[in-house]
Structure formats: structure tokens, C-alpha cells
Design a protein around this ligand. Structure first.
Ligand code: ADP
Ligand code: MG
Length: 241
């Protein structure tokens, strides 16, 4: 589903060039649950933004679901992103003035889903996440865990092929964090492809595959559990680079 080849991302700082992603090559298969781990500043969020088409690499190629993204315009990238990718962030990123249900409806507004259908789907998503009774609450009236559930409902609203979560448990207490993690695992068991960014190794242990990055490079890549439905012969043993 994801094919990143020789990705570099550089920022200029004065005359100097900062290389944040350094010749990074990574493939992620459909149906997988991959954790990306690494210390703060190692490039995890930059990698997620690249996978999420929020950020364009300085060099290298990226195919999402077989589609090359290098030559796309900003509009084409936005369209592909809206169609294929759902995002979950550490700080939930809900709009404070909107109710839970209106937040979940937002991506459907961008995609032109008619109002009645939108409301119906948003309610369905909130119910799926155990938030059916909270649709008319504003984010400030919800706990952190509840806000993250709304954010996950929003991420799922357009049935994305790929779910990207950047430190989704980072702002939650450990009990609520585990609940959100269990939810993410369940979504994966139901067939969603998920890339989960975390600096918490206990969270990462729950992924099927754990990729560690340091200074913008992959330093290890270990498979813990098979992808459901994948033929056993194709499973690769954990490789440490
Ligand atoms: P992580 O998520 O692993 O903590 P990031 O991907 O957020 O790491 O950042 C990696 C490095 O890239 C950091 O040193 C950060 O300061 C730098 N960086 C990120 N975004 C920018 C930017 N827009 N301009 C300059 N430097 C950046
Ligand atoms: Mg980060």
C-alpha cells in the first residue's frame, strides 16, 4: 500500500542543510499495523506527514496504493489524501466551536457528501466508537479519551484505506491510552491498514511490525505478528538492519 523509496527531507537553516529523513526506504502492506518508534526529533512526524501527503519530500519516490505522487499538484495531493487517508493526532485536533457530530462531518463536507447522508454517517461512526450519546457535546465538554474517540470517528468517516496515528495516546493517561490502543487494534483486525507513530515501546509492542528510526534512518524492522489473511509463506521473519 505504501512504497517509499530513497526518501530525503531537508530543511535549510541558514547556509546549512538539515537532513531530517535520510535516504529512507519503507514498504507497508495492506492490512498491516506498523508502529514507527524512535526518540524525539528522529523524524517520526516528518515521516508521517510524508506518508500522509501533508508534506512533500526533497527527493525520493512515494507510491500510495500503486499511484505515484511525485508529479501531483497540491490539489491532486489533497484529493488523494481526502480519499485515502485518515489522521489521528496526539492533541486530537478537534475544532472547539463545533460539536462532536459536526467535527466528524467535516471531512465529508470537504468531499461533498450531502448533508443528510453526512449526519447519518457521522452518527453511525460515533456510535461505533461508543460516543453515540455525546454527539451534541463540544470538545471542551468531553474527556481526553472521549475527544480521541471523536477524532478517530472523524478519521474513519470517509472509510480511508490508510489510517495514520501520530502519538494517539500521547496526551492520555495510561488507562485511557490502552483503551484507545485496543480500539486501534480492533480497527486493524477489521481490515484497516494502520501506521502508528509512538515513542512508547509498550504501545509499539502491540503492533504487528515495529520499525525503529533514528536520525531519519531505519535502524531496525521487526515483525511480531502476521497480517491477517496473508499467506504464511510470504511472512518475513524480523530483520534487524
Ligand atoms: P519526531 O516526530 O520524531 O519527534 P519530527 O519529525 O517532528 O521528529 O522532527 C525531526 C526534526 O526535524 C526535528 O529536529 C525538528 O526540529 C526538525 N523539523 C521538523 N519540521 C521542521 C521544519 N518545518 N523546519 C525545520 N526543521 C524541522
Ligand atoms: Mg513527532
Amino acid at each position: 500500500m505504501i512504497e517509499l523509496r530513497n526518501i530525503c527531507k531537508e530543511y535549510a537553516r541558514g547556509a546549512e542543510k538539515l537532513r531530517i529523513l535520510d535516504d529512507l526506504t519503507l514498504e507497508v502492506e495492506r492490512g498491516d499495523l506498523v508502529a514507527i518508534v524512535g526518540p524525539s526529533g528522529s523524524g517520526k512526524s516528518t515521516l508521517m506527514n510524508t506518508i500522509g501527503l501533508l508534506d512533500v519530500p526533497t527527493s525520493g519516490t512515494y507510491k500510495l496504493d500503486g499511484v505515484s505522487t511525485e508529479k501531483m499538484s497540491d490539489n491532486q495531493l489533497a484529493e488523494l489524501r481526502n480519499k485515502k487517508i485518515g489522521f489521528i493526532f496526539q492533541q486530537f485536533n478537534l475544532l472547539p466551536r463545533l460539536t462532536a457530530i459536526e467535527n466528524v462531518e467535516l471531512p465529508m463536507i470537504y468531499s461533498g457528501v450531502p448533508a443528510k447522508k453526512r449526519r447519518e454517517l457521522a452518527l453511525q461512526m460515533l456510535e461505533l466508537l461508543g460516543m453515540g450519546q455525546r454527539g451534541h457535546h463540544k470538545p471542551s465538554e468531553l474527556s481526553g479519551g472521549q475527544q480521541q474517540r471523536v477524532a478517530i470517528a472523524r478519521a474513519l468517516a470517509m472509510s480511508p484505506a490508510l489510517l495514520l496515528a501520530d502519538e494517539p495516546t500521547g496526551a492520555l493517561d495510561s488507562k485511557t491510552g490502552i483503551e484507545v490502543l485496543e480500539l486501534i487494534k480492533k480497527l486493524n483486525e477489521q481490515g484497516n491498514t494502520i501506521v502508528l507513530i509512538t515513542h512508547d515501546l509498550h504501545i509499539a509492542e502491540n503492533a504487528r511490525r515495529v520499525v525503529s528510526i533514528r536520525d531519519g534512518r531505519i535502524v531496525s524492522d521487526v515483525r511480531n505478528a502476521p497480517i491477517p489473511g496473508a499467506p504464511a509463506a510470504e511472512l518475513k521473519a524480523g530483520v534487524t538492519v
